[in-house]
Design a protein around this ligand. Structure first.
Ligand SMILES: [Zn+2]
Ligand SMILES: [Zn+2]
Length: 160
């Protein structure tokens, strides 16, 4: 397993190396670190909480960048329009189908990652079977929590 996380201290994004022999999470840009809770991290592929913030709400998603999917759709649409222009409808259709298929294959072979609702840390190469997809209600709850936290932070800064 390895993680992609935002450091809470300096806000840098760090991608860790394989974590099976490591006892803590460490930021590469500053001195922030967090030790893993007992049993987590060392245990093979089972994950019940976020290793960055300890939150137990995680969702699974494909580690598939959205822009790449859009890029394929756009590329397929453009090249098939060009084929249409040259009166080659069969070619145009095959191009569209080809890109749709490519998109699907990529989606299938891309691995799942677990993402934390609170800090958006991505956990790669873990067992995702216990977790569901993104829940909008839960996502909204964490979004509100984040807004409140920022408000409180600003407030405390203003009064200090
Ligand atoms: Zn940092
Ligand atoms: Zn988290």
């Amino acid at each position: 397993m390895y993680l992609t996380f935002h450091c809470p201290k300096c806000d840098c994004t760090t991608q860790t190396s394989e974590l099976s022999n490591v006892k803590e999470l460490r930021c590469t840009s500053c001195d922030w670190e967090r030790s893993f809770p007992e049993g987590e991290g060392s245990e093979e592929h089972q994950l019940n909480e976020c290793l960055r913030c300890g939150n137990s709400d995680l969702w699974r998603q494909k580690n598939f960048p959205q822009w790449l999917g859009l890029f394929f759709v756009a590329l397929g649409a453009i090249s098939s329009s060009i084929a249409w222009l040259y009166y080659k409808p069969i070619l145009a259709l095959s191009i569209l189908m080809g890109f749709a298929l490519l998109d699907m294959i990529l989606y299938i072979v891309m691995p799942d990652v677990l993402v934390c609702y609170r800090c958006r840390t991505k956990h790669h190469s873990v067992d995702v079977s216990q977790h569901g997809g993104f829940d909008h209600e839960l996502g909204e709850k964490y979004r509100q929590e984040e807004i409140k936290r920022k408000d409180a932070e600003q407030h405390s800064e203003a009064t200090a």
